[in-house]
Design a protein around this ligand. Structure first.
Ligand SMILES: Nc1ncnc2c1ncn2[C@@H]1O[C@H](COP(=O)(O)OP(=O)(O)OP(=O)(O)O)[C@@H](O)[C@H]1O
Ligand SMILES: [Mg+2]
Length: 264
């Protein structure tokens, strides 16, 4: 979708949070953002500049704008699997544009990796999944829900390092109801991480709906007999682990269904 903001061009020079950067090339665009690879003479590696702008219809809304996204990312810097930011500020000449400078993931996002390689090798897939879940655990302890965990928001830095980025849909967690392990938003982040794991292992999500219908561990061999691509890529235990992440009434989590009023 085209944006109402004209993107920067290769060679444009900007100062963001004290970094004198030069636009190298644009790598992504959408209705609310442009993303560029940039050069910073004081930094040996290339960096990413993401500019987030408000749509005219959203002008009065704070939620979802670049400052919120930057501040959320900035508050979560104390974890190795969260994309590092080097600073952020509004564009001095056009304050609708909020500029976020961050580290560059050379392999791009996980969606691009899956498009290129089809899937991710077994041990690497589990390693990336562990890193995603570790970063989510940290975010949730900091009372932030990511709200948009998906392959396109996981950034791959090397064969051994994946990081969570794109905090534009993040929000402060609702208080966790007494006696419950986590909020629904936190649960949804973890379910989305398990979808990423399934995509990394199998290469697609065909069969995930069928897996969700498997009632208990005893049903896994039947599922695997019908889904040879899953059977080739994981053990029954792995498969059941992924299935459990989608458990509708996972203990301690608020049910999405309305509960009966309590009898008094
Ligand atoms: N740090 C980075 N390193 C490498 N590529 C990046 C980085 N940040 C963003 N990109 C590229 O730009 C794309 C868009 O960035 P991002 O996900 O932050 O924007 P968005 O519009 O908020 O995303 P979405 O499409 O999820 O709504 C990413 O999917 C990725 O391809
Ligand atoms: Mg994104």
């Amino acid at each position: 979708m085209n944006s109402f903001i004209h993107p920067f061009k290769a060679g444009d020079k900007l100062c963001v949070a004290g970094h004198h950067i030069t636009i190298n090339r644009q790598i992504a665009s959408g209705s609310r953002m442009h993303v560029y690879i940039v050069d910073d003479p004081q930094h040996p590696e290339q960096l990413i500049l993401k500019e987030v702008f408000k749509q005219p219809s959203l002008n009065k809304q704070y939620y979802g704008c670049g400052r919120w996204e930057y501040e959320t990312q900035q508050e979560l810097q104390d974890h190795p699997n969260i994309v590092k930011t080097l600073g952020g500020q509004p564009h001095e000449e056009d304050r609708r544009r909020f500029l976020i400078l961050m580290e560059y993931a050379p392999y791009g996002d996980l969606k691009q990796v899956l498009e290129k390689y089809g899937r991710v090798e077994y041990n690497t897939a589990w390693l990336f999944y562990e890193q995603i879940v570790a970063a989510l655990g940290y975010m949730h302890r900091e009372e932030v829900v990511h709200g948009d965990i998906a392959a396109r928001n996981i950034f791959i830095f090397s064969e051994g390092v994946a990081k969570i980025g794109d905090f534009g849909n993040g929000y402060i967690s609702a208080p966790c109801p007494p006696g419950q392990a986590m909020t629904r938003g936190e649960r949804d982040d973890l379910k989305a991480a398990a979808r990423c794991l399934a995509r990394m292992l199998v290469g697609n999500l065909d069969g995930l709906k069928d897996l969700e219908e498997v009632p208990d561990e005893g049903g896994v061999p039947g599922f695997l007999a019908d889904h040879s691509d899953w059977a080739r890529r994981m053990s029954a235990q792995d498969c059941w682990f992924i299935r459990q992440q989608f458990w509708r009434d996972f203990p301690g989590v608020r049910s999405p269904r309305p509960t009966e009023p309590l009898a008094v």
